[in-house]
Design a protein around this ligand. Sequence first.
Ligand SMILES: C[S@@+](CC[C@H](N)C(=O)[O-])C[C@H]1O[C@@H](n2cnc3c(N)ncnc32)[C@H](O)[C@@H]1O
Length: 268
Amino acid sequence: MSDGIKMQHERANRLHGDSTEGLWDYHYTRDPLIRYLRDRRLHRALTELDNRGRLDVATQSVLLVCAGVGGEGTFLANQGFVDVTVSDLSEKALGLCRRFDKRLKTRFLNAEQMSEIEDGGYDVVLVQDGLHHLPRPISGFTEMLRVASNAVVVIEPHTGLVARAIGKTWEIDGEAVNYVFRWNRNILEQATRSYLLRNDAEVISCRFFDHNLVVNRLVSKLRLPRRLQLLAARCVYRLLDLVAPMGNMMVGIVLKPSGPSPQRLVGH
Ligand SMILES: C[S@@+](CC[C@H](N)C(=O)[O-])C[C@H]1O[C@@H](n2cnc3c(N)ncnc32)[C@H](O)[C@@H]1O
């Protein structure tokens, strides 16, 4: 493990070693407000795949990268996916995942180097809020491209003035430091074409605003029943959709073409 990876490994095991009751509940709660706030980016990703005929929950295998305790896995299992693998660098996070949701498989993986997985080993490979923890985010992304046969989904911060103004540049937790790598369509497209060497891979980038903690804090202050707080949260995001081209978040999708690359064999 490189120093950067080792730092994140120690940090993640420390974080996930905290046994405070209810600490990870937001991944699993059925509270409609929390589910709306937490899952809207994932819903957006599935809608984009579905619109392009690339979604088949009954047959597709999914690998989640940098997936922590597995909240995204639970979301996908609830959507009907039957073959979901949660991977992470933290054994403790994966232990919690196994405890919380028995439907999910777990796999210890360093996202930068998933050499034990063959090319195209999973249909869909997804990451949310994970690549920016890596010292080499583009390596993590190209590994995702390698091990996916159908599609890669990247849900990460989008670069831009507003994002830089409201977001952190560095995330520091004790010894562990990471630079918050922010994506855009250009980075996604260039990293994809450089690796796949194919012009027929479809690259989709959706930019919008998302800050579930801030919106939750805002609407939870309203002395209203939960369903009206949910309505307020929806209204906040409706308004923010008007300025989506300045958004702080990206759902990036790469649809892989079938067959090997013309210049070299990179799998499916
Ligand atoms: C901010 S958490 C996101 C967890 C989850 N995706 C979510 O949104 O709830 C980042 C996760 O990345 C994991 N991580 C950091 N470096 C990693 C690496 N090199 N390989 C795999 N996972 C890593 C950490 O252990 C942590 O669980």
